[in-house]
Design a protein around this ligand. Sequence first.
Ligand code: LMR
Length: 395
Amino acid sequence: MLQALQQLPPDPILGLSAACRADPNPHKVDLTIGIYMDEQGLCPVFDAVQIAQRALIEEETSKAYLAAAGDESFNTGLQRLVLGADSAALLEGRVTSIQTPGGCGALRIGAEIVHAAAPNAKVWVSDPTWPVHIPLLGSVGLEFHSYRYYDAASHGVNFDGMVEDLKNAVAGDVVLLHGCCHNPCGADLTLAQWEVIAELAEKQGFTPFIDFAYQGLGDGLEEDAAGLRLLVSRLPEVIVAASCSKNLGLYRERVGAAIFVCNDAASARAILSQAQSAARRVYSMPPAHGALLAGRVLSDDRLGGIWRTELVAMCQRINGLRSELRAALEARCGGDYAFIEREKGMFSFLGLSAAQAVRLREEHSVYMLDSSRINVAGVNAGNIDYIAESVAKVL
Ligand code: LMR
């Protein structure tokens, strides 16, 4: 039976990151996977998380399963972080959430709920979108349509195209939006554009499903949530897949939540029972360690303060790297790279062809996705000139 299966090609992101790890070139640069790296090229543990972890290990008395919905202080803390503590939907008791294994688990549980509610729902995804969105949501049996999003010529959002396409999304459909720091292009909607999306959702009746994996890495925790909160303030139903991989650095601990803003409290209770049942079918119970750490950081003023300061420094460093990379590329390659400075979060497309991206890794050991998506947080003072020189050589 097993023999019937063929070997698959490597994952487009994880495969390249593994290839970089295996490359013996001492000048190699890994700009593939979306992991924050410091000046030394290390993915650090937040001090606030370290403090929480020491306390947790000291105080933990059991490794029994968590409740099916996960840790309560984590769920409450994350709902407040994402929606805002003063969110009317929260105060009205029409929000529910379930702790999931990372943002991917949240996307999957969200997809399960969409499929249960509307098996023929179409999911509208941005062109381009994170390559894992389609297999992840598609494995539930949902169907996809894409809407125009990134305009390579202007290195910005093709908003007219997006609106035009979303006029075809109807009640019973879901529109997958990137809450901030669009993955892969880094081009985000302005608040005025989020307004237009809210109006469109009201008029057409589709449900927004927001992938929110980078809160705090664009302009700040509150700023990055502004578009999402606007939709929540205007619409009866919104689904959010939130992740603490990046903003709490808890990547390998798999910490996330599927948050459902529902029409009323009774619907929120029903959705929680559905989400618990979906989780039970897919992975049974959520992992504890990372969520217990996040729950402590999010519910403790002192730890929360330390974490927010660290996150601001991380965000400022990424934005600083964006300016430095723009300058280095303009100096070495000519041309206009101002878009790198305008874009948000970890990712930008360099605007290279797939053949150029392949040459960069084969001839210079500079690894990026074939789409020329780079992880800006992989740039540092020690590799920035080498990156810019190598790009100039393949142009
Ligand atoms: C990425 O896009 O590189 C990250 O979200 C990590 C992943 O799982 O692909």
